[in-house]
Design a binder for this molecule. Structure first.
Ligand SMILES: N[C@@H](CCC(=O)N[C@@H](CS)C(=O)NCC(=O)O)C(=O)O
Length: 358
């Protein structure tokens, strides 16, 4: 398959780790020079996008991986136990959608990281822009910093909290890795692949967070390499949620689930911006994301599909008021995205935005 991706991209790294694990051959190139050609097939230009040998296109790393699991069923990465499976999918969603802000902040707020990464991105993926290189560098650095840091609520008031989110992820993963070589057992699960998004291409490669990882989370640093080198690793996934997961789940409830709930409420109210208070830190003017309304829908649907006993066990692990959005009977926003359930073969939408390009 052809992966349209970039060597320093969050979700491309997540997908590549999965393809390597499964031994699925792929070529990779950046999409931007061919954006006009690709857009009608995928609905949105983002990385990764996959063009299959049979002509089909796939978007969004979460449904791409879920779908490939049905085609490449050796060494399954979805836990069999329904409670563990739900928790693993929740960790994937937290990795995809919560740690993103911290990853973008470290990359684009720190001068050294910004200079290095704009060079890599420009020389690898933005060679087609007919501008002198110094202007391409400036354009990319400004675009990324504005769109993904300034407009995503990183301010002098929130900056420490954003960074603390990374440190908490390192501490919580380190605790889980004391018990098992992978987060949920002796082979990787969807929770590991999800966390490779932020941990491989941003926190594990960008100079500032990489140094922090080496010093404060060496177990995570080693896990990143273990994941990259995991091709075909067989083993077992746990059959019950390990105690070592407790702090990670508390963090997810108090951060990611608050954001999903506030975002969904704002979307339902027709807003384009929203505010939220996370662990006592006030974020203002965040962009409403229709895609994240869909993420919450998927989690709620997974939960609703569990048997009564499994639901009680999940509630036991997520015993925080912030987690109730997963099971509340009160109406939560409807994204009306992918209503036919064709993902990853549907027309995609970018994460920020409330429009309807489908
Ligand atoms: N939900 C998508 C997100 C993909 C995504 O947002 N990728 C980023 C780069 S890592 C991107 O292409 N952003 C669009 C942009 O920069 O314009 C997935 O899971 O694959």
């Amino acid at each position: 398959m052809k992966v349209y991706g970039v060597s320093v991209s969050y979700y491309t790294g997540k997908l590549e780790t999965y393809l390597r694990y499964k031994g699925i051959a792929y070529d990779m190139e950046p999409p931007y020079a061919k954006a006009k050609e690709i857009l009608p097939h995928t609905g949105a230009i983002q990385v990764p996008m996959v063009h299959r040998d049979d002509g089909r296109w796939m978007s969004d790393s979460t449904p791409i991986i879920a779908h490939l699991e049905t085609e490449y069923s050796d060494n399954p990465i979805m836990p069999e136990d329904p409670v563990v499976r739900f928790i693993a999918l929740l960790i994937e969603d937290y990795a995809d959608e919560w740690l993103w802000r911290a990853a973008m902040h470290y990359r684009w707020s720190y001068e050294h990281d910004r200079a290095l990464l704009s060079r890599i991105i420009v020389d690898e993926a933005v060679t087609h822009l007919r501008l002198p290189r110094f202007l391409r560098l400036r354009t990319i650095a400004r675009r990324q910093h504005t769109s993904f840091v300034l407009k995503d609520g990183v301010t002098v008031q929130t900056r420490d909290h954003v960074e603390q989110g990374y440190l908490n992820a390192l501490a919580n993963m380190s605790k889980m890795l004391e018990q098992h070589p992978f987060l949920l057992g002796t082979k990787p699960s969807i929770a590991d692949f999800g966390l490779m998004g932020p941990m491989l291409r941003h926190f594990g490669q960008d100079p500032t967070p990489q140094e922090i990882m080496r010093n404060r989370g060496p177990k995570v640093y080693a896990w990143v390499a273990r994941m990259w080198n995991a091709a075909g690793t067989g083993g077992e996934l746990v059959e019950a949620v390990p105690d070592a997961c407790a702090d990670m789940l508390k963090e997810i409830a108090q951060t990611h689930l608050v954001q999903l709930a506030c975002n969904a409420r704002a979307y339902a109210g027709g807003k384009k911006k929203f505010d939220m208070s996370v662990q006592g830190c006030q974020y203002v003017d965040l962009p409403v994301s229709r895609y994240r309304v869909y993420c919450l829908e998927r989690l709620r649907e997974e939960f609703a599909g569990l048997g009564a006993q499994a639901q009680e066990r999940v509630k036991g692990w997520l015993g925080f008021p912030e987690a109730e959005v997963i099971w509340t009977n009160e109406p939560v926003a409807q994204s009306d995205y992918d209503v036919q359930r064709q993902a990853p073969f549907n027309k995609a939408i970018n994460v920020y935005g409330t429009g309807t390009p489908e």
